[in-house]
Design a protein around this ligand. Structure first.
Ligand code: NDP
Length: 397
């Protein structure tokens, strides 16, 4: 039985709250806090039965967070606000001695750059305070890193080639929309590509490298090499990796919109003056784009995310593919949110369960592959994200 404080009432926060509320034997008390109280209240109403308490909090304000945590006394804080808030929430957890979990690594507001250095720098303080911080416990990062940990634990002596493949073959019926927070999403997909090869990072132009990859139950989809944050911790934790890459599918329509958005300056993160007021173009764009949390209703099709791995087992080369497919319709039926929010929220809930059950509890700051993958993968499948393995598959890569 545990007491949890969820921060962030967006698409992912909706899934986390709904799912936790359905598990009263594990999550006895749930509070959902966010910048806009009405959004928390709407989710609590949807769940009903007074299962979810709500609060307004500015997660960039550490004293405000500390006083909320002190008054509610959770066992763990699940951060599904934005990456900008990560360090502030970690500061508040340190000050109050409460465990921390998130799904995306810290990004400074004024620089579209994500790396773990800022959060890893908290390791000594968390270790000395005897507190657990679990980083990147969504799907990617998250389950993809845990898939890799499973491969390393059960199927390989050495992983040499890792390709994480992320396909969204869903259709939401909109000309252009992002599947999670537009600001974070556009910052992520418009930056340069980057992959690990022979001990160093190779930088590419955005979307320069692409090829069709075949996804189970979906078929071939053009897949683009982009940089994704779990590559950083995976190459550190599995030093035998010779090459690690991340591929994501994009439709032509999406890429055309993205190019226009960039060319006209709407992806900018520097403030501009507009009618005497400073505005940040990408933040204004977020205000006019569809809310990803509301995309679910007419969303059809599947997501398919997995790891394609080659390496050595007992001196022999082998290939391995582990993946999950998730249906937008089923995710929406269960939680009112689409599959991208669902595949992020369910692993966050699973990670919180691992902590509360003492299975993932150690002092310090950890990426998810540093914990035992087995109980997590068993639980995440039970909670709605079953996974499949193919040994000896043609990986196409
Ligand atoms: P949304 O934009 O839908 O939700 C973010 C929520 O955080 C909003 O409710 C927002 O409040 C709240 N928030 C923002 N700033 C603050 C603040 N200062 N204080 C309190 N609350 C705040 O995003 P998503 O739900 O789509 O994404 C949530 C997180 O999940 C992001 O960090 C994203 O990067 C991550 N993610 C991870 C994935 C993975 O697989 N690992 C995949 C997809 C997403 P308001 O409602 O007022 O705007």
């Amino acid at each position: 039985m545990g007491k949890v404080l969820i921060i962030g009432a967006g698409g992912v926060g909706t899934v986390v709250a709904v799912k936790m509320a359905s598990l009263p034997h594990i999550f006895s008390d749930i509070m959902l806090a966010s910048r806009t109280l009405e959004k928390c209240e709407a989710i609590a109403r949807r769940v009903g039965g007074n299962r979810i308490k709500t609060a307004r909090v500015d997660a960039d304000n550490v004293p405000e967070l500390v006083s909320l945590i002190r008054s509610y006394k959770p066992d763990i804080v699940v951060n599904v606000a934005l990456p900008y808030q990560d360090l502030h929430i970690m500061d508040a957890c340190l000050e109050t001695g409460v465990a921390y979990l998130d799904t995306a690594n810290y990004e400074p507001l004024d620089e579209a750059k994500f790396e773990y250095s800022w959060q890893w720098a908290y390791n000594d303080r968390f270790r000395e305070a005897g507190i657990t911080a679990i980083l990147g416990c969504g799907f990617d990062p998250g389950v993809t890193s845990i898939f890799t940990a499973r491969a390393a634990k059960h199927h390989f002596d050495e992983i040499h080639y890792l390709d994480i493949v992320d396909c969204n073959a869903g259709d939401h019926g909109k000309a252009f929309a992002t599947n999670f927070n537009p600001e974070i999403n556009i910052r992520e997909v418009t930056q340069k590509g980057k992959y690990w090869e022979n001990g160093k990072w190779v930088i590419t132009e955005p979307h320069e490298i692409h090829m069709p990859l075949t996804y189970p139950e979906i078929g071939p989809r053009e897949s683009y090499l982009i940089y994704h944050e779990e590559l950083e911790s995976l190459v550190k934790n599995y030093p035998a990796i010779k090459r690690a890459r991340f591929w994501m599918t994009f439709g032509q329509e999406y890429l055309t919109h993205l190019r226009v958005i960039q060319n006209i300056g709407m992806a900018g993160i520097e403030p501009v003056m507009y009618e005497g007021k400073e505005i940040v173009p990408i933040r204004f764009l977020k205000a006019v784009l569809p809310d990803p949390g509301q995309l679910g209703e007419n969303y059809s099709g599947l997501t398919s995310i997995g790891c394609r791995i080659r390496g050595l087992k007992d001196g022999k080369e082998k290939s391995y593919y582990i993946y999950n497919n998730c249906s937008h319709e089923e995710a929406y039926r269960e939680t009112g949110a689409q599959a991208v929010s669902y595949t992020t929220g369910v692993p966050a809930v699973t990670g919180a369960i691992m902590y509360l059950q003492g299975l993932w509890k150690k002092a310090g700051v950890f990426n998810v592959e540093e914990f035992d993958p087995d109980p997590f993968l068993e639980k995440v499948a039970e909670l709605g994200l079953p996974w499949h393995e193919i040994h000896g598959a043609d990986l196409e890569l």
